[in-house]
Design a protein around this ligand. Structure first.
Ligand SMILES: [Zn+2]
Length: 348
């Protein structure tokens, strides 16, 4: 008998294997156990040392699938990473969906309870899954490299119905599902590295200035620098003149929001709840699994200053769903933020 399989991860112990039959094949499933120190609760991490690093991730449906920023609890911005590949995966999906649509047109009726074009659906599914693994792995690698101990995403909002051809609608839907998948994968991969994952509300993360919380103008290069064009790549804050990449601004807001949440709780002197619903707190260690080290789809770039990164792309496509982006009618106006972002309770 000859066996093939992956190598055991480092510092992991193999348990007793089980023999599993899958169709005509036999698989040997080996449980793997890895001991590590459980990361501290976010509440503790955010309130004690001021140099705790938070990696915030803004997920998109455009070319830059993920934009990650690392900042300290005090708000010092340390690095930015753009993870691309959205256009490629979207193009692939669109071609397959087009083929499915044409096949259906030729066949006419589709039998009930029967999956048509099974091989094509599977192809899309596999490619999506593969990309979700690549992106989530890259996010965790970046967080690790920057010594971040907390990873934060925003809640994925509702899928808004899109118009257009079958392939376009199907594509948007799948890109949207992929966001959820990237989150799930990143969460367990991060946990294996001792990084705790959380999520915050997506409310206005794209619309507020990460520096002063005023409403920003969002626009495309060469266009008027005012109003709010959903999905446009650039932002300008009329209050503090902050200028930069829109997704990066959103990512910074996601990180700030997490800090604000816990500092707000501290102000109210609530007893720390043992298990918060969205802290990503996990009670059991997952079996270690090393994601693919392939970085074929990613473009990474570090920005040392707080100022704008060189823009990866201004060709943002039609549908940039942030979950916060509503219609483009919102004009710049000052508003007081409902989150006391500037609290520095534990840093003095
Ligand atoms: Zn501002």
């Amino acid at each position: 008998m000859r066996l093939t399989g992956r190598e055991l991860p480092n510092q992991a112990e193999a348990g007793s294997p089980a023999l599993i039959q899958r169709g005509g094949q036999w698989w040997l499933h080996t449980p793997v156990e890895k001991q590590f120190k459980r990361p501290q609760k976010i509440q503790t991490q955010v309130s004690t040392p001021a140099d705790t690093r938070i990696c915030a991730v803004d997920l998109n449906l455009t070319e830059q699938m993920a934009v990650c920023t690392v900042q300290t609890v005090e708000g010092t911005i340390l690095a930015t990473c753009f993870i691309g590949g959205g256009r490629e995966i979207s193009g692939f999906r669109k071609r397959q969906l087009g083929r499915i649509a044409r096949n259906r047109h030729k066949t006419g009726m589709i039998a009930e309870n029967e999956q048509d074009n099974a091989d094509l659906w599977q192809k899309i599914q596999r490619r999506d899954d593969h990309h979700a693994h690549l992106v989530s792995t890259r996010i965790v690698q970046f967080a690790q490299a920057q010594q971040a101990s907390i990873l934060v995403f925003e809640h994925v909002g509702d899928l808004k119905p899109t118009r257009g051809k079958y392939s376009h609608r199907g594509n948007t839907k799948r890109a949207f599902w992929m966001k959820g998948r990237i989150f799930r994968y990143a969460k367990y991969k991060a946990w294996n590295e001792g990084i705790i994952t959380s999520r915050v509300s997506p409310w206005k993360t794209s619309r507020e200035c990460a520096r002063c919380q005023s409403l920003v103008a969002r626009y495309a290069q060469g266009h008027l620098e005012e109003g709010y064009t959903s999905g446009a790549p650039l932002v300008l804050c009329p209050a503090c003149s902050m200028r930069g990449n829109a997704d990066r601004n959103a990512s910074l807001n996601i990180g700030r929001r997490l800090v604000a949440r816990y500092q707000k709780q501290a102000v109210q002197e609530k007893p720390p709840t043992p298990l918060l619903a969205n802290t990503g707190d996990q009670s059991s260690a997952l079996p270690p699994e090393r994601g693919s080290k392939d970085t074929g789809v990613v473009v990474c770039q570090e920005v040392k200053s707080a100022e704008g990164p060189s823009l990866p792309s201004t060709r943002h496509a039609d549908a940039n769903e942030h979950g916060t982006a509503q219609d483009g009618s919102l004009r710049m106006q000052k508003r007081s933020s409902d989150i006391p972002c500037q609290l520095r309770l534990f840093t003095e």
